[in-house]
Design a protein around this ligand. Structure first.
Ligand SMILES: Nc1ncnc2c1ncn2[C@@H]1O[C@H](COP(=O)(O)OP(=O)(O)OP(=O)(O)O)[C@@H](O)[C@H]1O
Length: 287
């Protein structure tokens, strides 16, 4: 069953160029994508190709200029969908405890104190942070903060989880742990996940399908089916199938990375960055 459908989506931004003139930057054009209910879909694409722009529209934080995006056959512009969002940078409330941060979505939905604390503890346990419930965010490591952000997104059981490079700022070991933790959580209740990453290995390891985008204006270039068995383990990365898929993904993306780099050089107005800080899987980063 189709959960999310994007048809012919177009998005542009007004940007100021070096000469101080206003220009249009076309970010998404002819963007089509279908995501199935319960699917784990990863999106790979060169820097600045519009991945976050698409996710922001899906999250209800921005709007497309034309084209349709449907969730359960209704326009995303209705804006009343349950979407959990985990973006880079945690965005936790510093004055709230870990427990209160996790419970915030439930609080907004009017869930009573006792019930929201019970659920917040349950999800903190799921990400291994129950003993840290009463701490404030500044007392946690980066990896722990990202776990809080994941627990906060999961706790009210959203139908859809939107994740924009959620592990990019983490060290390699924490990243690996969280990848498998997320897979375990997803395998338990199969929510629909859209997961943007710069890491080809991460995309293949986690997803049912990997959508590769073109350089800007971004659209889907090709979708790769990942039929590797589940539950996935770290060893799967050494299997011939995995290596073959990685090569295919890289072949698809490398021209787009070069095109994106040329665009960057031609266009001083672009603020997209090519070197994501902290992406520790640099041997297979796409940009
Ligand atoms: N609010 C905005 N106003 C103007 N330009 C924007 C805005 N948001 C994004 N852009 C530009 O749109 C383009 C696409 O940005 P977006 O963040 O969607 O790309 P991305 O594929 O997620 O990039 P990255 O992989 O580097 O995070 C970039 O060139 C960016 O500078």
């Amino acid at each position: 069953m189709t959960k999310i459908e994007a048809r012919n989506v177009y998005k542009e931004f007004n940007v100021t160029n070096e000469a101080g003139k206003c220009e249009k930057l076309i970010v998404l054009d002819n963007f089509d994508l279908e995501v199935k209910q319960g699917e784990f879909l990863a999106i790979l694409g060169p820097s600045g190709c519009g991945k976050s722009s698409f996710l922001n529209i899906l999250a209800g934080l921005d709007r497309q200029d034309s084209g349709d995006i449907l969730i359960d056959k209704r326009s995303v512009l209705d804006n009343d969908f349950d979407r959990g969002v985990v973006f880079q940078g945690y965005a936790l409330y510093p004055w709230r405890t870990v427990l209160e941060n996790v419970a915030i979505g439930l609080e907004i939905r009017g869930v009573g104190r006792q019930e929201r604390e019970r659920l917040a503890y349950e999800y903190l346990a799921l990400v291994g942070l129950k003993p840290f419930a009463k701490r404030r965010p500044h007392q946690l490591s980066g990896g722990m903060k990202q776990r809080v952000a994941i627990a906060r997104a999961l706790v009210y059981q959203p139908e859809i989880l939107l994740m924009d490079e959620p592990f990019a700022a983490l060290d390699a070991q924490t990243r690996e742990l969280l990848q498998f933790e997320l897979l375990r959580i997803w395998e338990a209740d199969k929510k629909t996940i859209i997961f943007v990453t710069h890491s080809i290995d991460e995309a293949i390891l986690m997803a049912d399908r990997v959508a590769v985008m073109t350089a800007r204006p971004g659209k889907i270039k090709e979708i790769i089916d990942i039929s590797l068995p589940r539950p996935r383990t770290g060893e799967i990365r050494n299997s011939p199938e995995f290596i073959q898929i990685r090569q295919k993904a890289w072949n698809l993306i490398k021209d787009e990375v070069i095109r994106a780099q040329n665009l960057e050089e031609d266009n001083d107005t672009d603020t997209g960055s090519f070197n994501k800080q902290g992406d520790d899987q640099s041997h297979e980063k796409v940009s």
